[in-house]
Write a protein of this length. Structure first.
Lengths: 303, 130
């Protein structure tokens, strides 16, 4: 067993976790949300519930088998570019395909359910602090500030190549803007059509996940900032395409596949994706939602 | 929680006003509580923001809510006494009309007072005899 095989095991974890845990949890949760659009209408139509209460999960198992087989074949050649092709572009393409397929299915189902005349809303103003612990917000802000400060210091003192410091700063700023938009959407989107207790825990899970992913990305930026320090920086070559663009240095895939610092970034990203599934499946929101009997779905939303 | 029925004969903005008043009177909404923005409430209830805005404006006019620019809309500190006062005024107006009508039909003030007392006594929860 060589290094490529060992890495392939981690990528296999990423694929299996996403397609066997995270994906099914997401589509099952989405189906419950759809069915909850009009609980009283649904209660009087057991045939509709029987037909649409469960989501077909076979495509997920099939995709897992196919992707793992492709990964094994790529690993057998001991070629990192082939392994990468499976766990990043192919993986993302299949994820996108699944998203489109399941989203269309939910849209079709939603069109069949008449609008519920009874509508509910909480009377509390939505603030980030209500849904996620303050330490999480401050921790993330502190990490982002430290990263930006480090790059600014490196730029000012000349301890870091100016173009690298600018590129690092631009990356953190881009992540910050993206996170801001994501959090804004999660806070402002309409409440789930179910009990307000479930809505709050769902929103809390959604926001916590966004913040955790952002924390991971900021940690990577911090690693890049520290690795760009000094006369012999760890990241001798641009760490991302954005860096290559700002630094005016051509991107080299070969370096990306050979240098250990880039491997660490890639492997930790795979582990981060692998952890999302179990976290989502074990959350209070998901457990409460999926434990409910679909036959008594209206009562499930009165938790 | 706010619950509206889009098929009800009562206009939606009135349902919102009534429920917010009730929440303040019952203490479910404490003075100083920050309320959801017009857009948020409209989005959650699947309504036109103008409907929610109309309800908020009426409650502001009644002195129940106060809009504080970008900070949002809050329950006024004196919302409960104001609501109590509004309630007393409404009840007083209706009772005055009613009593005047029965007096015009020949009932004495003494009889009306006695009738009111009897009706109020009947509404009181009965005490258990030991």
């Amino acid at each position: 067993m060589n290094a490529v095989h060992l890495e392939a095991v981690i990528y296999a974890l990423q694929i299996a976790s996403f397609f066997l845990i995270a994906g099914p949890v997401m589509v099952k949760t989405e189906r419950r949300q759809t069915l909850a659009l009009n609980p009283s209408w649904l209660a009087s139509r057991p045939a509709f519930l029987e037909a649409h209460g469960a989501v077909a999960l076979r495509p997920f198992r099939l995709a897992t088998a196919l992707l793992l087989a492709a990964l094994a074949a790529a690993a057998a050649t001991s070629s990192r570019p082939w392994v990468f092709a499976v766990h990043t572009p192919l993986f993302l393409a299949v994820v996108l395909g699944f998203y489109v397929y399941y989203d269309k299915a939910e849209q079709r189902l939603r069109a069949e359910i008449p609008e519920d005349p009874i509508r509910r809303a909480t009377l509390s103003a939505r603030r980030l602090r209500t849904f996620v612990p303050t330490w999480m917000l401050f921790g993330l802000a502190a990490m982002a500030s430290a990263t930006l400060g480090l790059n600014a210091l490196g730029y000012a003192t000349g301890a870091m190549a100016p173009a690298r410091a600018l590129a690092n700063g631009a990356l953190v700023s881009l992540f910050a803007v993206g996170l801001g938009l994501l959090l804004r959407h999660s806070l402002r989107r309409a409440a789930y059509r179910m009990s307000m207790a479930t809505d709050a825990s769902g929103r809390s899970l959604e926001l916590s996940m966004s913040l955790a992913v952002a924390a991971f990305l900021v940690l990577l930026c911090l690693y890049q900032a520290l690795g760009s320090w000094g006369p012999h920086p760890l990241f001798a070559h641009p760490p991302t395409q954005l860096h290559a663009l700002i630094e005016g240095t051509p991107w080299s895939w070969q370096i990306y596949f050979e240098r250990s610092e880039y491997r660490w970034v890639e492997l930790s990203t795979a582990l981060c994706i692998a952890l999302i599934g179990p976290w989502q499946a074990r959350s209070a929101f998901t457990r409460r939602l999926l434990a409910a009997d679909p036959g008594k779905i209206s009562s499930a939303f009165e938790v | 929680m706010l619950e509206i029925n889009t098929r009800s004969s009562v206009p939606i903005y009135e349902q919102i006003v009534a429920q917010l008043r009730e929440a303040v009177t019952s203490g479910a909404l404490e003075p100083g509580t920050s309320l959801p923005t017009i857009r948020q409430l409209a989005r959650d209830l699947g309504l036109n923001p103008a409907t929610v805005a109309k309800a908020y404006q009426l409650l502001e006019k009644d002195g129940v809510l106060e809009a504080s620019g970008r900070r949002g809309t809050f329950v006024r500190g004196d919302a409960r006494p104001r609501l109590d006062e509004t309630l007393r005024k409404e009840a007083g107006d209706q009772l005055r009309d009613l009593l005047a009508r029965w007096k015009a039909r020949g009932l004495e003030a003494r009889d009306l007072r006695q009738l009111c007392n009897e009706l109020l006594a009947a509404m009181e929860p009965k005490r258990s005899n030991r």
